[in-house]
Write a protein that binds this ligand. Structure first.
Ligand code: ANZ
Ligand code: ZN
Length: 839
């Protein structure tokens, strides 16, 4: 009876062309209709997308299409995060220029994305490695430089000896380079930084406004920013007029300081030891510790180690002489690089004191006098709150209350001051690599550091470069790049040869989409203010910290420069889970990558999409199962066959308005199910993005539709009741197709055309439901006697209690079971159960 076969590959191509031709995802600037900016994190052009990536883009596409049907003007752009190390490494390995490598990969991936039917406004495509994009990345650098938010300093950096480059902290995993697993070393280099620390407080405060973000991500960001309140206290250096300031969050422990420990990088060290007997051993120690990475040094399990400098500092509250040590756990990048050590109340200091036999002085006792701690017997530091002891005028005060008093005392005596410290460090953006945006700076012997003039952007990346890593930037060796005339004095000068961290490229791409073709500005302010902030951002949790923080920072800088009128870029954030295969994250090295093309070729893109959405809630990780795909394929075929088998009827019998007075019991139930399903699917999408349960309820509904259609098949349609039933069937099929359209758009477009002759389903409004049809009019209730089920009863759902009791008493089975016993109590749980308590 089937008139047509489900030829997915024809259908999919047909509708992809149709959407492209009709410009479904192309948005014009003029349109002011309620806008919806749906953004997926732009991919790194690695060459192929696996089914795990697919999830990200498919989810984005579902949201876009749903919003289109809800009447929004949807902006859904795409681009390429195209600079970066992997292209350069691949280029080195395969002797192919990174630019060609990247372009080839983009081409391949674009074909893949199109094949999946994910809709983008391709007119706005950007690639961060193109001069017309990185020109504006460089412009952003200049803006930050103007604002004193870009500066250069010598800094200890994570250095990967194999990649011969600096790594950001987060590119160091368990002390190893994220890319090549080589052990990371510390090294001093002149580096460019963005002063994100100036924005630390705002970045923290504004997290509160991001209620469309997962709580987890907000917490991760807050921890990363890491605000600590405390004090900066000056310890005078004995035998000198210098002081060593230190940052502490525990001014209440000041009387318990028994040594001080300096970071090995602390600038004061050389003058402490130069020419003394300590010089040699201390230098050797420093040399050794600097081979450890920050991660290793801060790890709880790493042994605390140190060395005495031969010098002392003076504790300003009691003038005690305190030995000055250097330790591996004191970090130069935090606070002042000096730690007032309180072994009685800090675990790291405790371990250190035990190892080197330094005194432990207790200054906080547990409150209440049950336990009295004795420093000689302590097995670990006492880090809880308590009452001050051995603390002069502060004795007896609960330590939390003592903190403000001690702070006041410091300020009074000019010993120290309140201080807030952030864990967030400035953003190191220098990379000694080729494949990135050149930093637009020129060095002149007479004029110093001179920014490239805006009209001279972009500073083009030269093509002919030996980009094998050798510890300096490959650009260093390109004379025609390096040698320039100074923009100020016209004399000979040198270009900066570092390129920018690719996180700079990705910190603003969502703004470039607004004006991707504009050669005169990075983005148009009016248009940006119209489209942004992004209504929905979708991406992986791995970007929860850095990318999002950097984008928020750059947005705030633009806001301050009055280039935009919003100060947060992403209103709502969704982080999708990973797709797991054989229990592990997909990766080439593990050989467990599932290539989506296999499934697309065999079952079609819609099947792959459906399966991807159906396996799990989208925020959760999900295990890919090849066989599961077939289930999705069967479902689509079932839908296809049900509709096409009625095609002739639908073609010959005209649609008429549905008449509820002509409903049979089954028709009425089907009508009810349609409305229930619309409601459920809408709520699942809106409230929780629960695509899998939405799809499950559509599947359930299709079962009912199929049963209904089987009954109807073969009936003759002269009769009003049957025609009405056929119209309800048609409505239910139309509805099914509509509410499935965001998930499996191609087959739904085709079926819609079969049903309605009139494309496109994405011009149709999202269906609304009829609340009055949803309530079931009859319910089945369980009747119990003394808690035992004795009978079941179908009753009107809105029946009142008295009528219900009468019906129960009339029931024959109940009558028999009562057997003359007396009813002492009747318990009714509406629409569910009646329990008769009898004696
Ligand atoms: C004395 C003290 C006593 C401390 C005590 C803690 C407990 P958070 O909370 O993470 O901000 N510190 C300060 N500068 C440091 C550095 N450069 N490297 C390593 N540690 C440093 O940590 C603040 C605490 O970390 C400070 O408070 C200081 O130790 C230590 F019972 O000072 B505390
Ligand atoms: Zn000059």
């Amino acid at each position: 009876m089937n008139n047509r076969e489900y030829k997915f590959s024809e259908i999919e191509k047909k509708w992809q062309d149709f959407w492209e031709g009709s410009g479904l995802f192309r948005v014009d600037e003029e349109c002011d209709k309620n806008k919806f900016y749906c953004l997926v994190m732009f991919p790194y052009p690695s060459g192929t997308l696996h089914v795990g990536h697919g999830r990200n883009y498919i989810i984005g596409d579902v949201v876009s299409r749903y919003k289109i049907m809800k009447g929004y003007r949807v902006l859904s752009p795409i681009g390429w995060d195209a600079f970066g190390l992997p292209a350069e490494n691949a280029a080195i390995a395969n002797s192919i220029h990174p630019s060609i490598h990247t372009k080839n990969n983009i081409k391949k991936m674009k074909i893949q994305l199109e094949k999946w039917g994910v809709g983008y406004d391709w007119d706005r495509e950007v690639a961060s490695c193109e001069p017309d994009y990185y020109k504006w990345t460089q412009w952003i650098f200049l803006k930050l430089f103007e604002q004193n938010l870009a500066y250069k300093k010598k800094a200890a950096v994570n250095w990967c000896p194999s990649c011969a480059t600096v790594l950001a902290n987060e590119q160091v995993v368990d002390d190893l380079c994220e890319r090549c697993d080589t052990k990371v070393k510390q090294r001093d280099l002149e580096q460019w930084f963005f002063k994100i620390s100036d924005y630390a407080q705002r970045l923290l405060d504004d997290l509160d406004t991001l209620d469309g973000w997962p709580e987890r991500v907000r917490t991760m960001q807050a921890n990363w920013i890491g605000r600590s309140e405390g004090a900066k206290i000056n310890f005078a250096l004995d035998g000198s007029d210098k002081a060593v300031p230190c940052f502490t969050t525990r001014p209440d422990t000041i009387f318990g300081v028994t040594f001080m420990s300096l970071a090995p990088e602390h600038p004061i060290i050389s003058e402490l030891i130069d020419g003394t007997e300590y010089e040699k051993p201390v230098s050797a120690f420093i040399e050794r510790v600097r081979g450890q990475s920050t991660i290793e040094r801060t790890s709880e399990s790493t042994e605390k180690e140190g060395i005495f400098t031969g010098r002392y500092v003076i504790n300003p509250v009691n003038n005690e002489r305190v030995p000055l040590w250097i330790s591996n756990y004191a970090l130069m990048g935090y606070g002042t690089g000096a730690v007032m050590a309180v072994p009685a109340h800090d675990q790291r200091d405790f371990e250190f004191a035990k190892k080197y036999n330094l005194p432990i002085k207790l200054v906080i006792q547990p409150a209440g006098d049950d336990t009295i701690l004795n420093p000689d017997e302590m097995q670990e530091a006492y880090v809880e709150d308590g009452v001050q002891v051995n603390s002069d005028q502060f004795n007896g005060i609960p330590n939390r209350e003592a903190i403000p008093k001690i702070l006041d005392f410091f300020e009074e005596k000019d010993i120290g001051e309140k201080n807030i410290n952030f864990r967030l460090r400035d953003w190191l953006i220098s990379r000694q690599r080729y494949w990135g945006a050149p930093i637009p700076i020129i060095y002149c012997d007479s004029c110093g550091t001179v920014p490239v003039a805006e009209e001279n952007l972009p500073v083009l990346l030269p093509d002919h470069v030996e980009f094998k890593p050798h510890g300096r930037s490959p650009l260093d060796d390109v004379d025609e790049f390096v040698k320039v005339t100074c923009p100020k004095c016209g004399g000979g000068a040198r270009r900066e040869t570092d390129t920018m961290d690719t996180f700079v490229d990705s910190s603003w791409y969502f703004l470039r989409y607004i004006s991707s073709k504009d050669n005169n500005q990075a983005f148009d302010t009016t248009t940006a203010n119209k489209w942004l902030p992004v209504d929905q951002y979708i991406g992986g949790i791995e970007h929860a910290i850095l990318h999002l923080l950097y984008s928020r920072f750059i947005t705030k800088v633009f806001f301050d420069l009055k280039l935009i009128n919003f100060n947060e870029p992403f209103k709502n954030l969704f982080t999708q889970g990973m797709i797991i295969k054989d229990g592990a994250k997909m990766s080439k090295s593990k050989g467990n990558v599932v290539n989506p093309d296999l499934f697309t070729d065999k079952y079609g893109t819609d099947t792959q999409r459906l399966y991807t959405l159906f396996i799990a809630p989208p925020q959760r990780d999900a295990e890919w199962n090849d066989r599961g795909v077939i289930g999705s394929y069967r479902f689509l075929n079932r839908l296809w066959n049900t509709i096409t088998s009625f095609e002739e009827h639908f073609n010959t019998i005209p649609t008429s308005e549905i008449k509820r007075n002509l409903f049979s019991k089954e028709t009425k139930e089907l009508y009810r199910q349609i409305n229930i399903t619309i409601k459920k699917v809408t709520e699942d999408i809106e409230k929780s993005w629960s695509f899998n349960t939405a799809i499950a309820s559509i599947m359930e509904m299709l079962n009912i539709v199929v049963d209904f259609s089987a009954e109807l098949r073969g009936k003759d349609f002269n009769d009003e009741v049957n025609i009405n039933a056929l119209n309800v069937l048609r409505l239910s099929l139309e509805t099914t197709v509509k509410i499935l359209a965001p998930f499996v758009p191609h087959i739904c477009e085709e079926l819609w055309e079969i049903l309605e002759k009139n494309p496109s389903i994405f011009s149709e409004p999202w269906p609304t439901y009829d609340e009055s049809a949803i309530a079931a009019d009859e319910v089945e209730m369980v009747i119990q006697i003394n808690g035992k089920v004795r009978s079941k009863l179908v009753v009107p759902s809105e029946i009142n209690e008295d009528d219900l009791k009468l019906l129960v008493m009339e029931n024959k089975k109940i009558h028999e079971n009562l057997n003359g016993k007396r009813i002492i109590k009747t318990i009714v749980i509406p629409k569910k159960l009646v329990n008769l308590v009898v004696r």
